[in-house]
Ligand binder design. Structure first.
Ligand code: MLT
Length: 265
Protein backbone atom coordinates (compact mmCIF):
# COMPACT_ATOMS: atom_id res chain seq x y z
CA UNK A 1 0.00 0.00 0.00
CA UNK A 2 1.24 3.51 -0.83
CA UNK A 3 1.59 5.95 2.02
CA UNK A 4 0.96 9.55 1.08
CA UNK A 5 3.74 11.79 2.44
CA UNK A 6 2.88 14.87 4.47
CA UNK A 7 4.28 17.80 2.51
CA UNK A 8 6.24 20.76 3.86
CA UNK A 9 4.05 23.87 4.01
CA UNK A 10 4.92 27.50 4.72
CA UNK A 11 2.78 30.36 5.99
CA UNK A 12 3.83 32.95 3.39
CA UNK A 13 1.30 35.57 4.46
CA UNK A 14 -1.06 35.97 7.43
CA UNK A 15 -4.73 36.58 6.91
CA UNK A 16 -8.17 35.08 7.29
CA UNK A 17 -10.72 33.12 5.32
CA UNK A 18 -10.17 30.89 2.30
CA UNK A 19 -6.41 30.39 1.96
CA UNK A 20 -4.49 30.98 -1.25
CA UNK A 21 -2.31 27.90 -1.79
CA UNK A 22 0.71 28.36 -4.07
CA UNK A 23 2.27 25.40 -5.91
CA UNK A 24 5.69 25.88 -7.45
CA UNK A 25 7.26 25.00 -10.80
CA UNK A 26 10.04 22.58 -11.67
CA UNK A 27 12.85 22.17 -10.61
CA UNK A 28 12.13 24.57 -7.77
CA UNK A 29 10.33 24.83 -4.44
CA UNK A 30 8.01 27.20 -2.55
CA UNK A 31 10.68 29.93 -2.47
CA UNK A 32 9.81 30.97 -6.01
CA UNK A 33 6.50 32.31 -4.62
CA UNK A 34 7.86 34.42 -1.75
CA UNK A 35 8.04 37.71 -3.70
CA UNK A 36 4.52 37.22 -5.06
CA UNK A 37 3.16 36.49 -1.58
CA UNK A 38 4.81 39.66 -0.27
CA UNK A 39 3.17 41.67 -3.06
CA UNK A 40 -0.35 40.44 -2.24
CA UNK A 41 -2.75 42.83 -0.53
CA UNK A 42 -3.07 42.43 3.25
CA UNK A 43 -5.43 39.81 4.58
CA UNK A 44 -5.07 36.98 2.05
CA UNK A 45 -3.84 34.00 4.06
CA UNK A 46 -1.22 32.41 1.82
CA UNK A 47 0.31 28.95 2.10
CA UNK A 48 3.29 27.71 0.09
CA UNK A 49 3.78 23.96 -0.42
CA UNK A 50 6.86 21.98 -1.45
CA UNK A 51 5.64 19.32 -3.88
CA UNK A 52 6.79 15.68 -3.38
CA UNK A 53 10.54 15.28 -3.64
CA UNK A 54 11.09 19.04 -4.00
CA UNK A 55 12.36 21.47 -1.37
CA UNK A 56 11.79 19.93 2.06
CA UNK A 57 9.11 17.43 1.02
CA UNK A 58 9.88 13.71 0.77
CA UNK A 59 8.72 11.50 -2.05
CA UNK A 60 8.20 8.61 0.37
CA UNK A 61 6.90 5.68 -1.65
CA UNK A 62 4.68 7.91 -3.77
CA UNK A 63 4.11 6.65 -7.34
CA UNK A 64 5.44 8.95 -10.07
CA UNK A 65 2.11 10.61 -10.74
CA UNK A 66 0.78 14.14 -10.40
CA UNK A 67 -2.53 12.65 -9.23
CA UNK A 68 -0.67 11.34 -6.20
CA UNK A 69 1.04 14.72 -5.78
CA UNK A 70 -2.39 16.38 -5.83
CA UNK A 71 -3.68 13.90 -3.26
CA UNK A 72 -0.67 14.62 -1.04
CA UNK A 73 -1.39 18.37 -1.26
CA UNK A 74 -5.06 17.76 -0.43
CA UNK A 75 -4.36 15.50 2.56
CA UNK A 76 -1.64 17.78 3.91
CA UNK A 77 -3.98 20.78 3.83
CA UNK A 78 -6.96 18.86 5.15
CA UNK A 79 -4.85 17.50 8.04
CA UNK A 80 -4.00 21.11 8.88
CA UNK A 81 -7.72 21.85 9.16
CA UNK A 82 -8.29 23.50 5.78
CA UNK A 83 -11.73 22.85 4.30
CA UNK A 84 -11.20 24.69 1.02
CA UNK A 85 -8.63 26.74 -0.87
CA UNK A 86 -7.92 28.89 -3.87
CA UNK A 87 -5.13 26.90 -5.54
CA UNK A 88 -2.65 28.57 -7.85
CA UNK A 89 0.24 26.82 -9.55
CA UNK A 90 3.03 27.87 -11.85
CA UNK A 91 3.86 25.41 -14.62
CA UNK A 92 4.27 22.03 -12.85
CA UNK A 93 2.29 23.58 -9.97
CA UNK A 94 -0.49 24.33 -12.45
CA UNK A 95 -0.53 20.71 -13.63
CA UNK A 96 -0.98 19.68 -9.97
CA UNK A 97 -3.66 22.34 -9.40
CA UNK A 98 -5.69 20.87 -12.28
CA UNK A 99 -5.23 17.33 -10.93
CA UNK A 100 -6.39 18.56 -7.51
CA UNK A 101 -9.46 20.27 -9.02
CA UNK A 102 -10.27 17.04 -10.87
CA UNK A 103 -10.04 14.91 -7.73
CA UNK A 104 -11.53 17.34 -5.20
CA UNK A 105 -13.59 19.98 -7.03
CA UNK A 106 -15.49 20.89 -3.85
CA UNK A 107 -12.24 21.73 -2.06
CA UNK A 108 -10.86 23.96 -4.82
CA UNK A 109 -12.87 27.21 -4.78
CA UNK A 110 -10.76 28.91 -7.47
CA UNK A 111 -7.85 27.98 -9.72
CA UNK A 112 -4.87 30.15 -10.69
CA UNK A 113 -2.94 28.84 -13.69
CA UNK A 114 0.33 30.70 -14.13
CA UNK A 115 2.71 29.95 -17.04
CA UNK A 116 1.26 26.49 -17.43
CA UNK A 117 -0.90 24.42 -19.75
CA UNK A 118 -3.73 21.90 -19.59
CA UNK A 119 -2.45 19.83 -22.52
CA UNK A 120 -0.22 16.74 -22.23
CA UNK A 121 3.37 16.43 -23.45
CA UNK A 122 4.34 15.57 -27.00
CA UNK A 123 6.04 12.17 -27.44
CA UNK A 124 9.34 13.99 -27.90
CA UNK A 125 8.96 16.00 -24.68
CA UNK A 126 7.96 12.86 -22.79
CA UNK A 127 11.00 10.95 -24.05
CA UNK A 128 13.24 13.85 -23.05
CA UNK A 129 11.80 13.88 -19.52
CA UNK A 130 12.38 10.14 -19.14
CA UNK A 131 15.95 10.51 -20.39
CA UNK A 132 16.62 13.25 -17.80
CA UNK A 133 15.02 11.14 -15.05
CA UNK A 134 17.16 8.12 -15.92
CA UNK A 135 20.33 10.21 -15.93
CA UNK A 136 19.42 11.83 -12.60
CA UNK A 137 18.89 8.43 -10.96
CA UNK A 138 21.71 6.48 -12.61
CA UNK A 139 24.36 9.16 -12.09
CA UNK A 140 22.82 10.71 -8.94
CA UNK A 141 23.05 14.13 -10.54
CA UNK A 142 20.88 17.14 -11.28
CA UNK A 143 23.27 18.21 -14.06
CA UNK A 144 20.62 17.88 -16.81
CA UNK A 145 18.50 20.66 -15.25
CA UNK A 146 21.26 23.08 -14.26
CA UNK A 147 21.00 25.02 -17.52
CA UNK A 148 17.29 25.72 -16.98
CA UNK A 149 17.45 29.31 -15.63
CA UNK A 150 18.23 30.59 -19.12
CA UNK A 151 15.03 28.96 -20.41
CA UNK A 152 12.82 29.75 -17.43
CA UNK A 153 13.56 33.48 -17.32
CA UNK A 154 12.56 35.78 -20.16
CA UNK A 155 15.08 37.89 -22.09
CA UNK A 156 14.09 41.07 -20.21
CA UNK A 157 14.95 39.46 -16.87
CA UNK A 158 18.20 38.01 -18.17
CA UNK A 159 19.26 41.46 -19.39
CA UNK A 160 17.73 43.80 -16.84
CA UNK A 161 17.02 41.88 -13.61
CA UNK A 162 20.48 40.46 -13.17
CA UNK A 163 19.84 39.21 -9.61
CA UNK A 164 17.20 36.71 -10.76
CA UNK A 165 19.43 34.34 -12.72
CA UNK A 166 21.67 33.45 -9.72
CA UNK A 167 18.61 33.24 -7.45
CA UNK A 168 16.83 30.74 -9.72
CA UNK A 169 20.08 28.83 -10.20
CA UNK A 170 20.53 28.54 -6.42
CA UNK A 171 16.98 27.22 -5.98
CA UNK A 172 17.63 24.61 -8.67
CA UNK A 173 20.96 23.57 -7.12
CA UNK A 174 19.15 22.85 -3.85
CA UNK A 175 17.01 20.12 -5.49
CA UNK A 176 17.86 16.42 -5.37
CA UNK A 177 18.36 13.84 -8.14
CA UNK A 178 15.54 11.77 -6.63
CA UNK A 179 13.16 14.71 -6.67
CA UNK A 180 14.14 15.75 -10.21
CA UNK A 181 13.59 12.21 -11.49
CA UNK A 182 10.28 11.83 -9.64
CA UNK A 183 8.90 15.09 -11.02
CA UNK A 184 10.03 14.41 -14.59
CA UNK A 185 8.43 10.95 -14.62
CA UNK A 186 5.25 12.28 -12.98
CA UNK A 187 4.96 15.13 -15.51
CA UNK A 188 5.63 12.73 -18.41
CA UNK A 189 2.73 10.55 -17.26
CA UNK A 190 0.15 13.34 -16.93
CA UNK A 191 -2.86 13.33 -19.25
CA UNK A 192 -4.47 16.25 -21.06
CA UNK A 193 -6.64 17.95 -18.41
CA UNK A 194 -8.47 20.47 -20.59
CA UNK A 195 -11.69 18.63 -19.72
CA UNK A 196 -11.20 19.53 -16.04
CA UNK A 197 -11.46 23.20 -17.02
CA UNK A 198 -14.53 22.54 -19.17
CA UNK A 199 -16.28 20.95 -16.19
CA UNK A 200 -15.01 23.19 -13.38
CA UNK A 201 -17.63 25.55 -11.89
CA UNK A 202 -15.45 28.01 -9.99
CA UNK A 203 -13.49 31.05 -11.15
CA UNK A 204 -10.21 30.54 -13.00
CA UNK A 205 -7.38 33.04 -13.52
CA UNK A 206 -4.91 32.31 -16.30
CA UNK A 207 -1.66 34.29 -16.19
CA UNK A 208 1.20 34.13 -18.70
CA UNK A 209 4.44 36.02 -19.18
CA UNK A 210 4.50 37.67 -22.61
CA UNK A 211 8.01 36.23 -23.11
CA UNK A 212 7.12 32.70 -21.92
CA UNK A 213 8.49 30.27 -24.54
CA UNK A 214 7.86 27.06 -22.53
CA UNK A 215 4.09 27.49 -22.06
CA UNK A 216 3.33 30.39 -24.39
CA UNK A 217 0.26 32.58 -24.83
CA UNK A 218 -1.45 30.04 -27.14
CA UNK A 219 -1.54 27.51 -24.27
CA UNK A 220 -2.99 30.18 -21.95
CA UNK A 221 -5.67 31.08 -24.51
CA UNK A 222 -6.55 27.40 -24.92
CA UNK A 223 -7.25 27.18 -21.16
CA UNK A 224 -9.24 30.44 -21.09
CA UNK A 225 -11.45 29.25 -23.94
CA UNK A 226 -12.00 25.86 -22.28
CA UNK A 227 -12.95 27.22 -18.86
CA UNK A 228 -16.46 28.43 -18.00
CA UNK A 229 -15.39 31.51 -16.02
CA UNK A 230 -11.81 32.51 -16.75
CA UNK A 231 -9.80 35.71 -17.03
CA UNK A 232 -6.50 36.11 -18.87
CA UNK A 233 -3.62 38.29 -17.69
CA UNK A 234 -0.60 38.69 -19.95
CA UNK A 235 2.39 39.97 -17.98
CA UNK A 236 4.68 42.18 -20.09
CA UNK A 237 8.47 41.77 -19.83
CA UNK A 238 8.26 38.38 -18.13
CA UNK A 239 9.04 34.84 -19.24
CA UNK A 240 8.06 31.44 -17.82
CA UNK A 241 8.80 32.59 -14.24
CA UNK A 242 6.37 35.52 -14.31
CA UNK A 243 5.76 35.17 -10.55
CA UNK A 244 9.49 35.66 -9.95
CA UNK A 245 10.06 38.22 -12.71
CA UNK A 246 7.01 40.46 -12.18
CA UNK A 247 5.65 39.41 -8.77
CA UNK A 248 3.42 42.48 -8.32
CA UNK A 249 1.53 41.82 -11.58
CA UNK A 250 1.01 38.13 -10.72
CA UNK A 251 0.00 39.02 -7.14
CA UNK A 252 -2.60 41.46 -8.50
CA UNK A 253 -4.08 38.77 -10.78
CA UNK A 254 -4.23 36.23 -7.93
CA UNK A 255 -5.75 38.80 -5.57
CA UNK A 256 -8.49 39.44 -8.16
CA UNK A 257 -9.12 35.68 -8.34
CA UNK A 258 -9.32 35.49 -4.54
CA UNK A 259 -11.83 38.37 -4.52
CA UNK A 260 -13.97 36.62 -7.14
CA UNK A 261 -14.04 33.56 -4.87
CA UNK A 262 -14.93 35.46 -1.72
CA UNK A 263 -17.64 37.50 -3.53
CA UNK A 264 -19.27 34.28 -4.74
CA UNK A 265 -19.37 32.78 -1.23
C1 MLT B 1 8.07 24.13 -14.79
O1 MLT B 1 8.40 25.31 -14.82
O2 MLT B 1 7.44 23.64 -13.84
C2 MLT B 1 8.45 23.26 -15.93
O3 MLT B 1 8.83 24.04 -17.03
C3 MLT B 1 7.31 22.38 -16.27
C4 MLT B 1 7.58 21.45 -17.39
O4 MLT B 1 8.71 20.97 -17.55
O5 MLT B 1 6.62 21.14 -18.13
Amino acid sequence: MTTTPTLATYALRDGAGVPLVLLHGFPLDHRMWVATAQALPEGIRTIGVDLPGQGHSDVGGLPESLDDAAEAVYRTLRDQGEGNAVVAGLSMGGYVALALAERHPGFVHGIGLVDTKSTADSEEARANRLRIADEAVNDQTIAPVLSMPAKLLGPTSILERRNLFPAVEAWIRAQSPTGVAWAQRAMAARPDRTRVLEEYDGPVAVVVGAEDKITPLAEAEHMVHAARDATLTVVPNAGHMSAVEEPAAVAAALARLHRRVTHRA
